[in-house]
Design a protein around this ligand. Structure first.
Ligand code: 6GU
Length: 259
């Protein structure tokens, strides 16, 4: 197993259907990733297994208390002291493809070229391990602590290695961000996507360039024709067209973002 994800959540039932579908299911089935759920409620206080309380100083809503969160994370770290704790939070660093690539780096220091995975070496020379390499323990273990309600007691930050936001808007909880983080890391791991290089050539992989448009059969649909060059069989011209399309898309989105 390359990466194990332990998700601490009050709503495991909200996460399971997505993680048990499609590529994330396959990644688990192939033993590339492991997913484990820890219900924060199990660490709640008192007969009602309470996990939240009102904020000191007043204000709306409820905050997650320290005790259940410390207990949950300490129980995981006892088994896995190297685990890295991720807190999805709107005040965190905004997630992007470069961060996903860093989190997908697994394995040990090695000579450049000494790996055959799809994740890229970092500046520190870290590499992935070869697909299918026999392994027992996960090479990297992420614990994702999903907040809920109006927030959390600030003292839980002493447990956290990475505070991650998925964009500049506010969600009701950390479950959707957890899925996004897991998905974007997992698809970079060797053996998850079909083609060996498909993760590399897609949008964002090369700098911040967006992917070119693609088409499949039929060649004409309701009067909409596939661009002629793609039917030409001329590989040089096709590559040129794709590069140009990619450049135009990237430029046009940059323009709309700067309005
Ligand atoms: Cl990580 N959490 C919440 N609650 N809202 C967000 C977010 C995270 N990222 C963007 N908005």
């Amino acid at each position: 197993m390359l990466i194990k994800f332990t998700i601490i959540t009050l709503f495991p039932e909200a996460l399971r259907p997505y993680l048990d579908s499609s590529m994330l299911y396959k990644a688990q089935d192939r033993g590339i990733i492991g997913v484990e759920y820890v219900n924060l409620r199990d660490f709640g206080l008192g007969p009602h297994k309470s996990v939240d309380d009102t904020p000191y100083g007043g204000g709306d809503g409820m905050l997650l208390r320290c005790e259940p969160i410390f207990a949950a994370i300490e129980s995981i770290k006892q088994q896995s002291p190297e685990a890295e704790v991720i807190l999805p939070t709107p005040v965190g660093m905004v997630w992007n493809q470069a961060l996903a690539r860093q989190f997908a780096v697994v394995g040990s220091y090695g000579a450049p070229g000494a790996y055959s995975g799809t994740a890229e070496p970092t500046d520190q020379g870290l590499t992935t391990n070869a697909p299918g390499e026999p392994s027992t323990a996960a090479k990297r273990h992420f614990v994702i602590l999903c907040p809920h309600y109006e927030g959390y007691d600030e003292r839980i930050l002493t447990l956290v290695d990475h505070q991650i936001s998925i964009g500049n808007y506010v969600l009701t909880g950390g479950e959707l961000p957890a899925l996004i983080i897991i998905d974007s890391i997992t698809r970079l791991l060797p053996g998850v996507l079909g083609g060996a290089t498909s993760a590399e050539i897609e949008s964002f992989s090369e700098g911040e360039n967006l992917e070119y448009p693609q088409y499949t059969k039929p060649a004409e649909f309701r009067g909409m024709a596939v661009p002629e060059v793609l039917l030409s069989g001329h590989h040089g011209k096709i590559a040129e067209w794709r590069t140009e399309q990619s450049r135009q898309r990237t430029a046009s989105r940059q323009k709309s973002e700067n309005l």
